[in-house]
Design a protein around this ligand. Structure first.
Ligand code: HEC
Ligand code: HEC
Length: 182
């Protein structure tokens, strides 16, 4: 195949399909107050905080990970007080009781989309074991954030295939998105 043909195919794909090739990434909400002060002072010069969600560790585990990851860059030289504030928050937010975000979930491209009854059926089947659907109906997120949430729910035990997950995420973004006209 000539290069021109390959290029034509690439730009003909819908944007979602092009984005869809990359693994989904977690999103971590910025903590408030002193924790954020510590992170801003010590951690965000080199990279963001989303990667923290790839781990679920106890205090010792977090301390070891941070030391190990920054031997070369010297990024883990914190004052004791700062380290304690940081480790307290990390263990509370990404402790052993949580589920690490998977590194390898690559969203498949979907070509068919849920009608409202189809989405409701999947929600009833996959999302009502641990909490009510009000959790979902109360929330307004863009599609990207619904994906992070749905992947997290699946790690916790929600049973749905990749295809079902993506069709649900598309529907959630459409119906329970951040467009307030609904
Ligand atoms: C001087 C730059 C620098 C600073 C400052 C820094 N980091 Fe890092 N961090 C890195 C680099 C480079 C890597 C990748 C190292 C590797 O993968 O071997 C990394 C990796 C990590 C990882 C693993 C990410 C992954 O996806 O596996 C975590 C978690 C992490 N850092 C947390 C922190 C925390 C918490 C702080 C503040 C205490 C911090 N970092 C400060 C440079 C920095
Ligand atoms: C195995 C149990 C389980 C199943 C099944 C489950 N969830 Fe959850 N869900 C939880 C738990 C636990 C929390 C509370 C998490 C927290 O507060 O950190 C939660 C919280 C939520 C929240 C509120 C959190 C937020 O950030 O807005 C939403 C929305 C949600 N779930 C959606 C879903 C969807 C959609 C499904 C089906 C795909 C689902 N859940 C299936 C356990 C489950």
């Amino acid at each position: 195949m000539s290069r021109a043909v390959i290029f034509a195919i690439t730009i003909a794909l819908p944007l979602s399909a092009q984005i869809g090739r990359r693994p989904a990434r977690p999103q971590v909400t910025r903590p408030d107050g002193p924790v954020w002060q510590v992170i801003r002072k010590n951690c965000t010069a080199c990279h963001g905080i989303d990667d923290y969600a790839f781990f679920a560790l106890d205090r010792v585990g977090w301390q070891k990970l941070i030391e190990a990851k920054h031997k070369a860059s010297g990024g883990a030289d914190l004052a004791d007080a700062d380290r304690n504030v940081l480790l307290d928050w990390l263990v509370e937010r990404f402790g052993p009781q949580t589920k690490p975000f998977p590194r390898t979930y690559v969203p498949p491209e979907i070509t068919t989309f849920f009608s409202d009854p189809e989405a409701k059926r999947l929600l009833d089947r996959a999302c009502t074991k641990c909490h009510g659907l009000d959790r979902i109906e109360k929330s307004r997120y863009p599609e990207e954030h619904w994906r992070v949430l749905a992947v997290d729910m699946r790690e916790r035990g929600a049973q749905l295939s990749d295809e079902e997950l993506e069709r649900l995420v598309e529907w959630l973004g459409r119906v329970w998105g951040t467009n307030q006209d609904k």
